[in-house]
Design a binder for this molecule. Sequence first.
Ligand SMILES: [Zn+2]
Length: 214
Amino acid sequence: MRLILFGAPGVGKGVQGNLLKEKYNIPKISTGDILRDNIKNDTPEGKEAKEYMNSGKLVPDSLINSIVEKRLRNEDCKNGFILDGYPRTVPQAEFLIEVSNKMDRGIEKVISIEVEKDLIVKRLSSRRVCLSCGEVYNMLTDPPPENGVCRTCGEKKIIQRDDDKPETIEKRFEVYNKDTHPLKEFYNNKGLLVEVDGSGDINEIHKNIISLIE
Ligand SMILES: [Zn+2]
């Protein structure tokens, strides 16, 4: 099962990716995670990425591509993988098609999770995270304890990330619409795209995804 999870910021790609990862016992690969791993392990790519990030620049496509390519060559991807948050641009998608086919690990399905923008904004702006351990809360569905102490690590560092503030959400949407949304047509033209309604219950959505890919 070689999958891409696709959709606007906040549609629930991460959550669905984790459920698929457990169901099929294949790795979920997000560029954020592998970038952090490379930086932590001080690989040549990690060093290069760190230089861009430290100077406030975006990590270029070429570097992201080579990090993803290496990751996909790993033994643990032999039975499949789930990409979350990559590719983000048409050039990245073209690169991925080429290298994944070359290593006989071509993409089988692109799952586009569809949610109305208003609902996404509501979901994202109600998200809170623990700075200390990364635990995620939601003011609507899963609020943090009233005393502000994290249920997982016991620290008192639960905050709203800048990424989840309304003005930043708006900017993330602009970038998504400009750079990433065109990928939908790209994958549709290749016959890889399936769409799933991402507005309801998490487990219901998971079941719908499975019925679309099996
Ligand atoms: Zn915590």
